[in-house]
Design a protein around this ligand. Structure first.
Ligand SMILES: [Zn+2]
Length: 339
């Protein structure tokens, strides 16, 4: 558990098919509608912990919702959260869509969850990761009318990603997922469907809005909930939904500005090293966001052959336990897309 004393565990009923619980604040003036989601992966408790604090801030007047709406979903996957596992029956952040005939836990959650997403303009989905590394934000493609992920809110989405407070922004997820599928095909491994690459943010873009995934750091790092909590404040102020207020010496509450921030680095995730044979391993100690230079070894094949970075860039999601057909690591380069 987190060492943070304010990290109160959100309660979910100990029953099968627990309902999806949301807490919504309606501003009295019109404005954008933000949805903040936690525990899509049940062992990523920074989301619920951050959201509990944000709900408390709204109720206490430290955040005043003025325009539009914010909906908080502290725990998207109650079964996985109760079990403290990533998944209930499968990964909720894959192949997310409506299903007239749901067959597993995540299918059943997907129906009300996608219905909720459709009621909003912007999504902030709060996660954490297993390995070490700095917090970062995943955002989506440039404006396009393509087959894979047509989109028309790239500028607004990138600005939203940049406001959240992390030093790193990453894009390129679906394209790299297509590359992973192709790499598995070359190895004659069981095919993955491209629809598997569609999670909450992809659904949000499909539904006409935009959304980002905030990765707050390592699962058990108590600071992860602080990152998530600050990001919710930043998101609400950035979108003009809320004003922050703080107690001062002379008046009970005054409007509070957000802290100044550096411009985040933007990384285009555009390559991967796949585990081709069981025993292929990560070479060296890497964390997401680490710089890598061209020619530097990043993996070692089971026969001893070294795999080197093809160009200067960054390591993303290094996986010391990659199984056959999984990525040992992803690679990225500094993106031309300024935030
Ligand atoms: Zn996650």
């Amino acid at each position: 558990m987190s060492a943070n004393s304010s990290a109160i565990r959100w309660a979910v009923p100990n029953v099968d098919d627990a309902p999806l619980e949301s807490v919504r604040f309606h501003g009295l003036k019109t404005g954008p509608k933000l949805i903040v989601v936690g525990a899509v992966h049940g062992n990523e408790t920074c989301g619920p912990n951050a959201i509990v604090r944000a709900i408390d801030d709204c109720r206490a007047g430290r955040l005043v919702i003025r325009r539009g709406e914010v909906t908080f979903v502290p725990v998207a996957n109650a079964k996985a959260y109760r079990q403290n596992t990533r998944e209930g029956d499968r990964n909720l952040n894959r192949d997310l869509r409506e299903r007239p005939l749901p067959v597993d836990n995540e299918d059943r959650i997907g129906n009300p969850l996608t219905a909720l997403l459709r009621q909003h303009d912007v999504l902030l989905d709060i996660h954490s990761f297993r390995g070490e590394g700095k917090p970062f934000v995943f955002f989506g493609p440039e404006d396009n009318a393509g087959e894979l992920e047509a989109f028309r809110h790239a500028t607004a989405e990138a600005a939203f990603a940049a406001c959240l407070g992390t030093d790193i922004l990453i894009h390129g997820w679906l394209d790299i997922y297509v590359a992973l599928i192709a790499a598995r095909e070359r190895l004659a491994l069981p095919p993955l469907a491209v629809t598997e690459g569609f999670g909450t943010t992809e659904y949000m873009r499909f539904a006409g809005g935009y959304g980002v995934t905030l990765e707050c750091g390592q699962h058990d790092d108590p600071a992860a909930a602080d990152i998530g909590h600050a990001a919710i404040h930043n998101a609400l102020v950035h979108l003009g939904i809320a004003v922050r207020r703080t107690a001062s010496l002379h008046s009970p509450m005054v409007d509070a500005a957000l802290p100044a921030r550096r411009r985040p680095a933007v990384i285009h995730m555009n390559d991967l090293v796949i585990c081709e044979t069981p025993g292929d391993k990560l070479e060296g100690q890497w964390r997401t966001g680490d710089s890598v230079t061209a020619g530097q070894p990043v993996a070692r094949r089971v026969d001893g052959e070294l795999v080197s970075a093809p160009r200067d860039g960054y390591i993303i999601f290094p996986n010391a336990n990659a199984k056959l057909g999984e990525a040992i690591c992803y690679l990225g380069v500094r993106s031309a897309r300024g935030a």
